[in-house]
Design a protein around this ligand. Structure first.
Ligand SMILES: [Fe+2]
Ligand SMILES: [Fe+2]
Length: 331
C-alpha cells in the first residue's frame, strides 16, 4: 500500500485521524464514533478493515504499537458488535451442520454467481475488476485462518496445519497462493502491490475479508472460523474451474490462470481434509461446536451472497462493480 486510504465517513475518518496522530498515547482520544447503524456500509467496513490491518500487514506510516492500543480495541469492538449481529440476523435460520455441509457439496445446476457470469458473458474488464476485488484476500491468502491454529488442538489442528501449509506453497515459496495471485494480476495488467486498489474496493468486498478476520481473532468464535474456512475450501474447486476457463477465454495465458488452475486440484483435496480431518474431528472432541461450525458456513454464505449481488447488479447494468472504474478501464 503506497498510502492510507481516503475516509468514507465519520467512523473511518476517526480511525485514520487517531492513527496518524503518532504512536499510541501521543494523540487525542478517539472521538465519539458516530452512527453504527449501517454495519454493511462503506464507512463501517473500511473502519473495521483499518483496525484489522494493524494485526496483519500494518498500515503505511502508522506505528505498529497501535495494534494493542486499548482505546482502538474498544472502538474495534463497537464496530464488530453490530457487524456480527447483522451477519447473524441474515444467517438465520442456521441449518444443522450435516445439512449445511451437504448443501455446500451440491452445486446448483443453474448457478448464477460471478464465476458463471465471467464464464458465460464476461469481458476482460469484468475479469480485471474481479481480480481487484479478490486481491483484498488472496494477496494475504490464509493469513486470517492462521489465527485458528492455536485455538484448536489434536487431530483437527494437525490437519488444518497441513491444509494451510499448502496455501503457503508447501515449502516452495514460489508456489504460495498469494504469489500465484499476484502473478495473475500482473498478467491482467494490474498492480499486484498489497492494498494498491483499496480505495476502489466497495464495502461488500471488505465485508468478506473482515468477517474472516473477525472470526479468526476471537477464540470464542473459533468454531465459526472453522466453518467459514470449510465453506471456502468446499466450494472452491468447481468455482476455480469456471474461473480458470473464463480467464483463459479472456486472454489470461498460463500466468493469468495459474492461481485458479492450482485451486481446482488443491481444493478438491482440501475439501476432503477439512470435512473429515478438521470438522469431524473437532465436533467429535467437542460436540457443542457443531452449531458454531454451521453458523460459520451460513455466515460465509451471507457475505459471499452480498458480494455476488454487488458484482452482478452492477455488471448487468453495464456499470463498474468497483467504487469507480479502474483508471485504464473506462466503462
Ligand atoms: Fe489457496
Ligand atoms: Fe485451499
Amino acid at each position: 500500500m503506497s498510502g492510507l486510504p481516503a475516509p468514507r465517513g465519520p467512523l473511518s475518518a476517526a480511525v485514520l485521524a487517531l492513527l496518524t496522530t503518532g504512536p499510541p498515547g501521543a494523540g487525542r482520544p478517539l472521538a465519539a464514533p458516530g452512527s453504527l447503524a449501517e454495519p454493511w456500509g462503506e464507512d463501517h467496513q473500511l473502519a473495521l478493515h483499518l483496525c484489522y490491518e494493524l494485526h496483519d500487514r500494518g498500515l503505511p506510516g502508522v506505528s505498529d504499537l497501535w495494534e494493542w492500543d486499548p482505546e482502538l480495541l474498544r472502538f474495534r469492538q463497537e464496530l464488530e458488535r453490530p457487524f456480527l449481529a447483522a451477519v447473524r440476523a441474515e444467517a438465520e435460520p442456521v441449518p444443522p451442520l450435516r445439512e449445511a455441509l451437504e448443501a455446500l457439496l451440491t452445486e446448483p445446476p443453474d448457478g448464477t454467481g460471478p464465476s458463471h457470469f465471467l464464464l458465460a458473458e464476461g469481458e476482460r474488464r469484468h475479469a480485471r475488476e474481479y481480480l481487484v476485488h479478490r486481491s483484498v484476500y488472496h494477496l494475504k491468502e490464509a493469513d486470517p485462518q492462521l489465527w485458528i491454529l492455536p485455538r484448536i488442538q489434536g487431530p483437527a489442528q494437525a490437519v488444518l496445519t497441513a491444509i494451510l501449509y499448502d496455501e503457503y506453497g508447501a515449502g516452495r515459496p514460489e508456489r504460495a497462493h498469494a504469489l500465484l495471485f499476484a502473478r495473475m494480476m500482473t498478467a491482467f495488467d494490474l498492480d499486484p502491490g498489497y492494498g494498491h486498489y483499496l480505495d476502489l474496493v466497495p464495502a461488500p468486498t471488505l465485508a468478506v475479508v473482515n468477517l474472516m478476520t473477525l472470526l479468526g481473532l476471537h477464540r470464542a468464535l473459533r468454531g465459526a472460523a472453522v466453518g467459514h474456512f470449510a465453506t471456502v475450501e468446499i466450494t472452491s474447486s468447481p468455482g476455480s474451474a469456471r474461473l480458470a476457463a473464463a480467464l483463459e477465454r479472456l486472454g489470461g495465458g498460463p500466468d493469468g490462470t495459474l492461481f485458479y488452475r492450482e485451486h481446482i486440484e488443491a481444493d478438491a483435496v482440501h475439501e476432503q481434509l477439512v470435512r473429515r480431518g478438521v470438522i469431524e474431528e473437532l465436533v467429535a472432541a467437542e460436540p457443542e461446536f457443531a452449531r458454531d461450525v454451521a453458523f460459520g458456513t451460513a455466515a460465509a454464505g451471507v457475505v459471499d451472497g452480498r458480494f455476488a449481488d454487488r458484482l452482478l447488479d452492477r455488471w448487468r447494468a453495464g456499470r463498474t462493480s468497483l467504487r469507480s472504474p479502474l483508471p485504464d478501464d473506462p466503462v
